[in-house]
Structures are given as C-alpha cells and as structure tokens.
Design a protein around this ligand. Sequence first.
Ligand code: SAM
Length: 277
Amino acid sequence: MSSEAPILDSSLGLVIKKVSCQRRIDLSQYNANFVRRRLNVRLRAKGLKDYLQYTSLLDKDPTEYNALFQSLSINVTEFFRNKDVFDAFYNQILPKLLRASRQDEIKIWSAGCATGEETYSIAMLLNQASESYGRFKFKIMATDVSNKAVETAKKGTYAYSSLKSMPEKFLTKYFQQVSDGNYQLDKKIIDSVIFNVGDILTTLTPRSLDVIFCRNIVIYFDRKTQEQLFARFAFSLKPSGYLILGKTEMIKDSAASLFEPEMPRERIYRKRIRITN
Ligand SMILES: C[S@@+](CC[C@H](N)C(=O)[O-])C[C@H]1O[C@@H](n2cnc3c(N)ncnc32)[C@H](O)[C@@H]1O
C-alpha cells in the first residue's frame, strides 16, 4: 500500500482557519497541495483519519502547532547551497555594491534564514571581502517564521553534513571542532548577524536594503502571494537593490515590472528604477 494513503480533506479549511486564529499564520496563502501534503504527514504521524480529527488534536495539544510548523517549514538548507550563486554574489554583485555605496553601510536581509547556514555563508563572504577589498561597514539581518530554527541559528553549531559544500579555507578559518564532533562557528561571525523571528508575508520588513536573499521559500506560496511578496521586497530595497531567489524560483508576471534579471542563471534580480514622469 502506498504511504500516501488518501485522506479526506473536506475540513482543510477548518485547520487553516484555526492556525490563522491561534497563531496568525495564514496557510491559505501557501500552495494548497503543499499544505495538504505536509498536513497528511502530521495526520499519519498521529494516526488520524481526517483534518477534523486534526483540529481536535490542535485544541487538545497546542504543542502540535510547533510540529506542524516544523513540517511545513522543511528547513532544508546548507552552507553555500548552490555555490555558484554565492560566487556570483561575491565576484559580481558585491564589488558593484561597494563602488556604489560610497562608504555607506551595506544592508543585507536573509529572509527565511532557517537554521542560519545561508546567512552565515553571506557573513563569512562579507568578512572575507572586508579583508580583501578593504574594510567597509555592513549589516546583516536574518529572519525566519520558525522560532526553533532561529534559536538554532543563533547558536552557530553545526554537524559536518551541513558544511560539505563549504570551501575548505572557510572551515579552517571560521570553525572549530567541538567535543561532540560538531563544528562551532566563530563568535565574530555569529555576532555580525541580527536574528529575529518573523513572517515574510506579514512582519514589518527592513528598509533601504542593498540585497535580499530569499531562497527556497517563495515556491511554497501561491502566485498571488508571491506577487504581494515581491512588491514588499521592492519596497524594502534601495533603488537598484538586488533580490536573490532560489534556483527553482523566478520572477514572472506582474512582478517583472518591479525586477529585471541581472544574472538569470543564478536567479539574481535587480530592482527596476522607476521613471515617475
Ligand atoms: C527550505 S528553507 C530555506 C532556507 C534558506 N533560505 C536556503 O535556501 O537554504 C525554507 C525556510 O523558510 C521558512 N519560511 C517558510 N514560510 C515562511 C514565512 N512565511 N516567513 C518566514 N520564513 C518562512 C521556513 O521556516 C524555512 O526555514
């Protein structure tokens, strides 16, 4: 028998409503098939037959909300995931930003940072750049909707498996193996990031940003929500700021009036300069 046993979903709306009322997370904005698949995982884990039973479980055991968010998040990530994107950022985008910044602070937002691997990859690159290109000021903000992911990120301790795409020189320079076999990131890199819990769809976004990394998240959202999100990002970026998406994500439809492809293969977009008259 298939492990994807059919599950009645007539009361899916009830679960969505409950999560929205109790936790202020609007699952109706996520891709419906994605939500269904992740909910079905929770139903199977709890031996439940349908979403109605699942709403009762949420009432009886509010810790189930966390398990559900954990399941929805699939916080899969690693250091330097799709390394070509980080190479492009370091070699092509960062020099342009430094030329344009005229000593101003470079502001970067890692939106949907999961457990911090992406954010710290950026932080190590900026640290490296300030040594190679000359010192400059930068600020890195990182947010994720998962409190647990953010707490893990703040610790900066990682298993070797998440470090496998990392250039050897960074491993030697910024990490120390600790007694349990894990690797501890240098405090200087940890302290260079401001982490917060936040929902990219609803929480106030940072402003005057030079770059937004938002990778491997927008695929979870339906088209309308993606367009709203891209509009939020455009609002948060400086004129000509950069938006970097995941390798399977792209800007289409009405959002194409806000962003133009800068390095399409790497999914690096640039905010269009608006001519107002
Ligand atoms: C697959 S991980 C991507 C992590 C990292 N950006 C990367 O590409 O390696 C997706 C992350 O998005 C977060 N996420 C999902 N919906 C979110 C939302 N509405 N606001 C903020 N973060 C969200 C999840 O908690 C998860 O940590």
